[in-house]
Design a protein around this ligand. Structure first.
Ligand SMILES: [Zn+2]
Length: 379
């Protein structure tokens, strides 16, 4: 049965747990996307950014404007970065510890934290993800049971002992655009081992791995070992290349989806950089893959198209679409605490001003959102 084309069927509630919002002017388009694609709520993710620190102010704005529609996962601040190349003495920059930043995000009403630090492009700058400050950070997040959505691979967790010796990196195995975007890099392997080290030290960490944690590249045999060992570990189905591997061993992977139906979350990677049509089409494609066994093409690796969807039963879809997210993160988005949000925006705005003048137009969104929040409060 193709539920998506079934006008009589009840539309399931859907929360998209993996959405990027980076532009204040896109809010209208996001409401339209949700309306057309039948998305009830979205979880907006902030990422660290070389020019703007991160997109936390943009997310605060969305929660302020539409409190019932958007969960928000904040990014950490790495100010030394935006100051590099300026005349500022970075030793004199006042840093806020990662642990304190976690408390701030919670106080503001963020629903969780998003980390992309294990990506080679950022890992280069932030240093080992299992150094002292990250150890404190992960322990703290674990003790608070504050959800973390990580763009990282969980695959190293499947090994009983680590091969710490880094295998030579064969770049030819990846398409050029993947290499150029930094999605494949020798540092990734290091980052993977560091992340595994942290998860092993914090076995109760509530963590959602984006893009299925790269487990589609491991095997359907190893995946249960990881999911059984870490009961607080979740996987989102945000597309990467996984669908190709899933299709190759479709029945076995489908079994994994059935067996671990409480551990899998719906996500798409919709972003404010996409047009309405592209975003809606993307959401529909991921749904088609989960709901039907129709051929679905993605356009990444033509010779491996089409993929064949999982045709999951309705009660499993309901969990993946919304129930799992609500259990892990919360039945409703947390309430925004305006004073705490203003304080955060002001600090970020000042960092942006200090780091300027910028060579080209970079909006100080932190300042803009801070002002908006103050005006609303004083009205
Ligand atoms: Zn993403």
């Amino acid at each position: 049965m193709n539920r998506m084309n079934n006008p009589e069927g009840d539309d399931p509630r859907i929360i998209d747990c993996h959405v990027h919002f980076t532009d204040l002017e896109s809010d209208g388009r996001f409401l339209e996307i949700m309306d057309i694609a039948n998305i009830d709520k979205m979880n907006l993710l902030s990422t660290i950014d070389a020019l703007k620190l991160n997109f936390n102010p943009e997310l605060i704005y969305m929660k302020r404007s539409y409190p019932h529609l958007f969960y928000i996962f904040g990014a950490l601040e790495y100010p030394a970065w935006i100051y590099s190349g300026t005349n500022l003495d970075s030793r004199r920059v006042k840093r806020t510890s990662l642990v304190k930043q976690v408390d701030e995000l919670m106080d503001i009403g963020f629903d969780g934290i998003k980390m992309i630090e294990a990506h080679a492009r950022w890992r280069k700058y932030v240093g080992p993800l299992n150094n002292r400050r990250y150890k404190e950070f992960f322990k703290h997040v674990e003790s608070l049971q504050f959800p973390l959505l990580m763009h990282a691979r969980a695959s190293e967790l499947g090994k009983r002992s680590y091969d710490t010796e880094l295998r030579r990196y064969n770049e030819k195995q990846y398409p050029l655009w993947v290499r150029q975007a930094g999605w494949q890099h020798p540092l990734l392997k290091k980052a993977r081992i560091e992340v595994a080290d942290m998860i092993q030290r914090c076995p109760d960490l509530k963590v959602i791995f984006a893009h299925f944690g790269g487990l589609a590249y491991v095997s359907p045999e190893q995946t249960p070992y990881i999911l059984d060992s870490y009961k607080n570990l979740y996987l989102d189905v945000t597309p990467g290349m996984m669908m190709y591997n899933w299709t190759e061993r479709r029945d076995e992977w489908r079994e994994i989806f059935l067996k671990y139906q409480d551990r899998i979350l719906f996500g798409t990677d919709v972003s404010s950089r996409q047009s309405l049509d592209v975003a809606v089409e993307l959401i529909q494609r991921v749904r088609r893959f989960l709901e039907t066994e129709d051929p679905v093409t993605w356009g990444f690796i033509p010779k491996r198209e089409p993929t064949i969807g999982f045709n999951l039963p309705e009660h499993v879809l309901r969990k993946i679409y919304a129930e799992n997210f609500e259990r892990v993160v919360g039945k409703n988005p947390k309430e925004l605490k305006v004073e705490a949000a203003i304080a955060k925006c002001e600090r970020m705005a000042k960092m942006m001003r200090d780091a300027g003048p910028w060579p080209y137009r970079v909006k100080n969104t932190a300042e803009q959102v801070g002002n908006l929040l103050r005006q609303n409060r004083d009205d």
